[in-house]
Design a protein around this ligand. Structure first.
Ligand code: LRH
Ligand code: MN
Length: 430
């Protein structure tokens, strides 16, 4: 196994922090035992938790106004893999990469697979892109792709998705995520039903090419790049499309793709109930699709989402196996630091949700005891599970204090020397 940061440095830093961690861990263990919870079982769950990292999140992101590249930007998917290896080595819970095509296209996928394997990294969902025109493209996606009025454009978009599946098979992926920006900017510009019918026909054509052991995840989004209507605008259009397309076609929930204050945890509950929850793009937002760091603004909402997910596991909900992934844009932070932080913050929401006394909650719910039901969730959320997360990292050879160890490694400064900015590398989303 190859490590981008010296394991000796990680061990040296961990040795300094272990005595205090052990004290905090033992104290939490005693507290949880009094609540009928076994900290050993919780740490195993923390060690098993994993979330995929978006390849496109490793470069500095920007907005339509500007992008301010950081030092040592990854210039290609091979360097993005190295940065993802750092995120996994420091966080201990990010062992898969989600690529985006054609941004991450290579000539030799076996070479890329070998490159990732040496770091112990795998490949999760592959993402297609029919929201940008490529230089050598026949038809433009200006007026849409899978729902375009012109059959030739739809055929081109379908062919691209089938090609992405072929590339994904070479990397060992088992899921394709399909997000399209199709929609309209003017009332009357698009016939809602005909556009949706064209989309459904295209989705079925992609599903026809889906290997038996794969899933297809449809991602909804309220607006942008379309600003009046979007063909897959909300979970309603999404679940209808997933139900129409096929059993292994499911809905993906990107947290930032909803209007402010939408009850996302209830959407998750509905998708679980109808076996149509494919997975998540975790991030946070205050206004639009801000793609900010997960749990940085609404940690209680993220906890409530995991409360639904843990409840489904607790009830042994059939067909429940959602894929977890981050989807963020890092405009003012070191992307590696934000992704380490965010992976851990999503892991934190999961472990806190495991602390919920579900028997008591069920009782309070049937007794309509709202305050005690709410307090039962708050008791879990207000528990500081940091010692469990840190001990899980230590046990996996990751860093007890991930950001301090990453900064002490000087990895970013070394990357800056190794990756001279040719001004051309535009790895983040703009
Ligand atoms: C759309 C989206 C989608 C990706 C893109 C990079 O906003 O969330 O998941 O394809 O970001
Ligand atoms: Mn997304």
């Amino acid at each position: 196994m190859k490590y981008p940061i010296s394991p000796d440095l990680v061990a040296e830093k961990n040795d300094q922090l272990t005595p205090d961690l052990q004290k905090d861990y033992d104290a939490l263990g005693e507290q949880l035992e009094r609540r009928g919870l076994d900290i050993k079982a919780l740490i195993r769950q923390a060690e098993d938790f994993d979330i995929a990292v978006p390849s496109w999140g490793t470069g500095t992101g920007g907005t339509r106004f500007a992008r301010f590249p950081g030092e040592g930007e990854p210039r290609n998917i091979f360097e993005k893999v190295e940065d993802c290896a750092v995120i996994n080595q420091m966080s201990g819970c990010a062992s898969e990469i989600s690529p985006h095509f054609p941004w991450d296209k290579v000539d030799d996928f076996s070479e890329l697979k070998a490159h990732s394997s040496q770091y112990g990294l795998g490949w999760s969902s592959v993402n297609s892109n029919t929201f940008q025109d490529q230089p050598d493209q026949e038809c433009s996606y200006k007026y849409g792709s899978l729902s375009h009025a012109d059959a030739a454009v739809r055929e081109q978009a379908i062919a691209h998705n089938l090609q992405v599946i072929e590339w994904g098979k070479q990397l060992g992926s088992k899921v394709i995520t399909v997000w399209v920006g199709d929609g309209s900017n003017h009332p009357g510009q698009q016939h809602f039903q005909r556009a949706f019918e064209r989309y459904l026909a295209s989705a079925k054509a992609i599903y026809q090419g889906l290997p038996e052991d794969w899933e297809m995840h449809i991602e909804h989004k309220m607006f942008e790049p379309a600003f009046y209507s979007t063909v897959i605008q909300d979970w309603g259009s999404n679940i209808l499309a997933a139900m129409e397309t096929g059993e292994r076609c499911k809905s993906l929930v990107d947290l930032g793709h909803h209007a402010p204050n939408v009850n996302i945890e209830m959407i998750v509950s509905r998708l679980i109930q109808f076996k149509k929850l494919g997975g998540f793009h975790f991030n946070d937002s205050k206004y639009g699709d801000d793609d900010l760091d997960s749990g940085s603004l609404h940690p209680y909402q993220q906890f409530l989402i995991f409360n639904e997910l843990v409840d489904a596991e607790y009830r042994k909900q059939p067909g429940f196996a959602p894929a977890y992934m981050l989807d963020q844009s890092h405009n003012v932070t070191d992307p590696i630091e934000s992704l380490i932080n965010s992976a851990t913050e999503v892991q934190r929401s999961f472990i806190k949700a495991l602390l919920v006394d579900r028997k008591a909650l069920e009782r309070y719910q049937s007794d309509n005891d709202a305050i005690m039901a709410s307090n039962t969730l708050k008791a879990a959320f207000n528990t500081d599970v940091s010692p469990i997360l840190a001990m899980a990292r230590k046990n996996k050879g990751a860093a007890i204090d991930s950001l301090a160890t990453y900064r002490a490694s000087g990895y970013r400064q070394q990357a800056a020397k190794a990756r001279p900015d040719t001004g051309g590398n535009r790895s983040g989303i703009v």
